[in-house]
Design a protein around this ligand. Structure first.
Ligand SMILES: C[S@@+](CC[C@H](N)C(=O)[O-])C[C@H]1O[C@@H](n2cnc3c(N)ncnc32)[C@H](O)[C@@H]1O
Length: 208
């Protein structure tokens, strides 16, 4: 399988100049639904993981403290430009979602939009998200997933060899992934292409 972090850094650097053309309008509604599932309060500390060019920024409340990370310097640079254009104060940096440079129990909300299906090891990204979330923190996920009640069939797994190298994995299952990482799903809403794309709101499982 040709899906590695090193390759993702290269390819998203190449995609950065055209990313908005593909993803801005297409995911606008899905983003708004996903972020609308979060219970927002003024002053919350929020982390966007794999934030890309910052297409979530226009839909986030203005009275929160924003941090954004991405593997690709080109993406982070574009996010900085978007933040400036929107008049948003965002602390943005290059960081691997598998190794977040933040303390434990630090964020009220972690947003992972369109990254769990891209990372080679989404479980590691979720473990890190859980670590940096406060015990009552909220995880906001929007991505494409295989149905939870049946694994991907042969044809889909075959196609995945191609899509995961140039775009995204299409075989991952949200519920098993999130639950194994110690999350409890509170909301799960289909947002695009039937139930291929879903918006999930999860919290840390108690006692884990
Ligand atoms: C499909 S884009 C989604 C960007 C943004 N979240 C959005 O909703 O438009 C995937 C992003 O994840 C980033 N990414 C991939 N692997 C990553 C990793 N291991 N750590 C951090 N970012 C990563 C890519 O650089 C890219 O910007």
């Amino acid at each position: 399988m040709f899906n590695t972090t090193a390759w993702n850094r290269i390819r998203y650097g190449l995609y950065a100049p055209v990313y908005d053309l593909v993803a801005e309008r297409a995911f606008r509604g899905a983003r708004r639904t996903a972020l609308g599932q979060v219970t927002w309060q003024p002053g919350m500390r929020v982390l966007l993981v794999g934030a890309g060019t910052g297409l979530d920024l226009p839909w986030l409340p203005r009275d929160v403290e924003l941090h954004a990370t991405d593997l690709s310097p080109a993406m982070v640079s574009r996010l900085g430009q978007r933040a400036e254009a929107l008049g948003r104060d965002v602390q943005a940096g290059v960081m691997d979602a598998e190794r977040l440079d933040y303390p434990d129990d630090h964020f009220d909300v972690v947003v992972m939009h369109l990254i769990l299906a891209v990372m080679p090891a989404p479980a590691r990204g979720l473990t890190e998200a859980r670590r940096v979330l406060k015990p009552e923190g909220q995880l906001c996920v929007m991505d494409k997933f295989q149905a939870d009640d049946r694994p991907a069939g042969l044809a889909r797994r075959g196609l995945n060899a191609f899509t995961s190298a140039i775009a995204t994995d299409i075989t991952r299952q949200a519920r098993p992934l999130l639950e194994a990482a110690g999350f409890v799903i509170e909301q799960d809403t289909p947002v695009m292409m039937g139930s291929l794309f879903r918006a999930l709101l999860a919290r840390r499982a108690k006692g884990e």
